[in-house]
Design a protein around this ligand. Sequence first.
Ligand code: BDR
Ligand code: CA
Length: 327
Amino acid sequence: MVGETWLADAGGREMTTARKIIIDTDPGQDDAVAILLALASPEIEVVGITAVAGNVPLALTQKNVRKTCELAGRPDIKVFAGADRPLLRTLVTAEYVHGKTGLDGPDLPEPQMPLQDEHAVDFIIDTVMAHEPGQITLCLLGPQTNAALALMREPQLATRLREIVLMGGGFFEGGNATPAAEFNIYVDPHAAKRVFESGIPIVMMPLDVTHKALTKRDRVARFRALGTAAGIATAQLLDFFERFDERKYGTDGGPLHDPCVIAWLLKPELFFGKQCNVCIETMSELTKGMTVVDWWHVTNREPNALVMRDIDSDGFYELLVERIAKL
Ligand code: BDR
Ligand code: CA
């Protein structure tokens, strides 16, 4: 678990080894907040961020990753562009939620930091294979196309990755892209099927959790009150993002999805769930992209994911505010 290995640094002080992660993402305001949370957290070492097409096309998601790194004061982070479309389906985007740029809300400057030349899928494979088994955690915040391509090209990843922590799916809560499917899985169900059948330990943050992590007005106000560039931008991102979802769900604030992935790495005790089998529907026109979760263990299918169902949402926002304040 996080922080389990205690070492002494050169000065004899105690310190923990940081958990190495690759973030694969399609920003997206909530992706951006997840990236900020990771970059603000010393328990985590972000070895690279890979962009995928999803909320908006790849040309925008890779740029949005770089804008977010610069907002965090981390232009040194290596950012890679990956798949510009799903494995088999036509790309579906979500400008109706995230705005034309994907990061509507704050007025962030054009990024100056470079996009790396290497393809995201090559970076994932090279990085994981260059480390000892069990060293790298892959965090999936968008459609799972890059991860699936990497697994197809290098099947040994299945035994080399420590785990995959992902935002995707929904079961008691249903879907948000269709009545049955959550957006990330709906965009590339074939990729999700490959990921869920990989045998890699998976932690899944479905809508059942993220719909409880509401960006209520008083929570957003706490980010703004930080008075820092990152705090104000976070408030502006969440203000924009919740506009759509408040109308849709009739709640005070909208769901905050992707930061749940990073929060689990930092404080798993904020989340509650159980090991279940999850299968992905790829065929049916009506339910394509549905995550079929065997919550009650009514089949003999082996559990393949730790499926979360609940969250301590106050604790989650405490963590977010505390960390964003450090940027
Ligand atoms: C997921 O889809 C995107 O809109 C969000 O960034 C999140 O990853 C929620 O369904
Ligand atoms: Ca996302």
